[in-house]
Design a binder for this molecule. Structure first.
Ligand code: URA
Length: 439
């Protein structure tokens, strides 16, 4: 029997609050990937999903259909349990830069797929390109060979890997339909499943700099993704972490690379080190190195102290065409021409930072894309001196701003200061880790 479906009917069905069947979801994903369903119909569908939601069964089917919309990587010729890691996106989130070499330095194969910056959030690939010559556009063979030889490789999402997500993501980015639980879960998990790792550790962000602003929603998203991952036979763990202020101090591509290098030298910001150790210990356990997260943590502290994680970063950068000397001489990384201080307008405790606004400041300076075609300025950004709960005196430095254009500098500076609120009475420091979800 030939079943004929019309996208129009599916949009109407979802708009009315009904669940789509597996066949309908497959039809929609395949049609959109092949270009048979136009962007305008898919935009209407994502907006209908945004308002009406999807149930667990629909979300699972959407994930599987997107994962199978292109090639599924087979990593079976890489020895050992391969682990991947993914963040839902944040400001100053340079975690993969430090964490992946830490884990790889323990002999655990890290086969990771990363993305570029999106909206106010940064992306690992853009950051890595601060190393002259570095490329994530490597072939599948090269990717596997590097993981087998040096224990770590990071590749970008190729046109063949979860192409439905690639198209849908770009569409959601410009149609205000990013922050929906089912759409985020299926976007992330389809890529992770297609990228072939055996175990996945997710960093689900919550707060004003995250897509999930409310903690309860972040937990629901984490549970949904863990359920999908475990159901597909990949051991999946999610850490829910704070994104109500930037992670660490640096925001901006090369500035974040520098902070990651400092961290691998043992001089990282407290919150950033803590996040790397928490996510890392779950990666180490998932890889079967030990059953104890405490033991895993000690192993990770050791590779920070003995310099082997720093050396692993250099080896990884060199293996993907980058100048590995920059790892030992980060002063050679891209640097902005204008560096200016932003000072506190009052005496008081920092009460709140509207975190996505800090991401937008970096974007205004040229550190992110305004359109899909924009070129990124790797050197610009901000380095905070103070975080929520810290006391500042009027005139004391809150942050330094790194820019190459005085107009943009002024715009970003004005916006930055408006993102801060102060209190005369002491303010509690933010709790970084909100919880762990394993099932
Ligand atoms: N990261 C992704 O890869 N997809 C989303 O939808 C959100 C964050």
């Amino acid at each position: 029997m030939v079943i004929t479906m019309r996208m129009y009917d599916l949009i109407m069905k979802k708009r009315s609050g009904n669940a789509l069947s597996n066949e309908e979801i497959d039809f929609m994903v395949q049609g959109y990937t092949k270009g048979e369903i136009p962007d305008y119909q898919m935009s209407a569908m994502t907006m209908a999903i945004y308002f009406q939601g999807m149930n667990e069964k629909e979300t699972l089917e959407l994930t599987m259909a997107m994962a199978h919309s292109g090639d599924m990587l087979d990593l079976s010729d890489i020895k050992g349990i391969k682990v991947d890691k993914h963040s839902t996106g944040g400001v100053g989130d340079k975690t993969s830069l430090a964490l992946t070499p830490m884990v790889a330095a323990l002999g655990i194969p890290v086969a990771k797929m990363s993305g570029r910056g999106l909206g106010h959030t940064g992306g690992t690939i853009d950051k890595l390109e601060s190393f002259t010559g570095f490329s994530t556009a490597i072939s599948e063979e090269q990717f596997k060979e590097n993981v087998n030889r040096i224990g770590i490789a990071i590749m970008g999402q190729t046109a063949d890997l979860a192409p439905a997500d690639k198209k849908l993501y770009a569409l959601r980015d410009v149609t205000a339909t990013v922050d929906n639980m089912s759409l985020i879960a299926s976007s992330i998990m389809s890529k992770k499943l297609a990228a072939g790792a055996d175990a996945i550790v997710l960093d689900v962000k919550t707060g004003s700099g995250a897509f999930m602003k409310k903690e309860a929603d972040a937990f629901l998203l984490a549970k949904e993704m863990v359920r999908i991952g475990n159901g597909a036979g990949r051991k999946t763990t999610a850490v829910i972490s704070d994104m109500d202020q930037p992670l660490g101090f640096a925001v901006g591509n090369a500035l974040e690379v520098r902070e990651a290098i400092d961290t691998l030298k043992g001089n990282g910001p407290e919150d950033f080190v803590e996040l790397c150790l928490t996510l890392g210990s779950h990666m180490v356990v998932a890889a079967g190195k030990t059953e104890s997260v405490e033991e895993a943590r000690k192993m990770l502290v050791k590779v920070l102290e003995d310099g082997s994680a720093l050396d692993k970063l250099a080896e990884f950068v060199g293996a993907q065409g980058g100048d590995k000397e920059l790892v030992y001489h980060p002063e050679g990384l891209p640097q902005a021409l204008l560096v200016e201080e932003i000072v506190s307008p009052v005496d008081g405790y920092i009460k709140h930072i509207v975190c996505d606004e800090i991401g937008i400041c970096s974007l205004i300076l040229g550190g992110g894309r305004e359109t899909k075609e924009s070129e990124i300025d790797l050197s610009v950004g901000l380095v905070l001196s103070k975080k929520v709960g810290d006391y500042v005196k009027k005139g004391e430095v809150l942050a330094t701003i790194h820019a190459n254009d005085s107009e943009k500098l002024k715009l970003a500076k004005d916006r930055f200061i408006k993102a801060y609120t102060f209190s005369e009475t002491p303010v509690e420091k933010k709790k970084l880790i909100k919880g762990i979800v394993t099932e």
